[in-house]
Design a protein around this ligand. Structure first.
Ligand code: 4NP
Length: 154
């Protein structure tokens, strides 16, 4: 089972989701059963580590994002990943536009599947610290549900 999180830059939201889900899978004893990765629809930050503000906010909650490096989503990802989860509607639109006709990946918004009140993880890039905390709150809640779903699908 392979899961890919996608945002715009792959330096704030999707690396956070990757770090949080990996941590929660480990806690659930599912490490090695589910592969987790992240990518951006944009190419500007390819090769860079996550934004310092994301790393620091994640670190305060026990998640280490420091080894991650940004990559851009590619058409090959639609054949590789079972589940591609976008952070906002714009990411999802961009993914749908590049989705090959064939490919196993199921595309969705992370929060539409796992949270009924909000469906987008807001882009925190131009926000203050609160924006990064909000990203973590939403992603942690969604990943708790995602672990349950993944368990059922293994
Ligand atoms: P992300 O945040 O999509 O959560 O990684 C952003 C990072 C960089 C930019 C926009 C959003 N940017 O415009 O460079």
């Amino acid at each position: 089972m392979e899961v890919l999180f996608v945002c715009l830059g792959n330096i704030c939201r999707s690396p956070t989701a990757e770090g949080v889900l990996r941590h929660k899978l480990r806690e659930a004893g599912l490490q090695g059963r589910v592969e987790v990765a992240s990518a951006g629809t944009g190419e500007w930050h390819v090769g860079k580590p996550p934004d310092t503000r994301s790393q620091q906010a994640a670190s305060r909650r026990g998640y280490d994002l420091s080894a991650q490096r940004a990559q851009q989503v590619s058409r090959a990802d639609f054949a590789r990943y079972d589940l591609i989860l976008a952070m906002d509607q714009s990411n999802l639109r961009n993914l749908k536009a590049m989705q090959p006709a064939q490919g196993k990946a199921e595309l969705d918004l992370l929060l539409r599947r796992y949270d009924s009140s909000v469906d987008e993880v807001p882009d925190p890039y131009y926000d203050g610290e609160q924006g990064f905390e909000r990203v973590l709150d939403l992603i942690e809640a969604a990943c708790d549900e995602l672990v349950i779903e993944l368990k059922g699908r293994l």
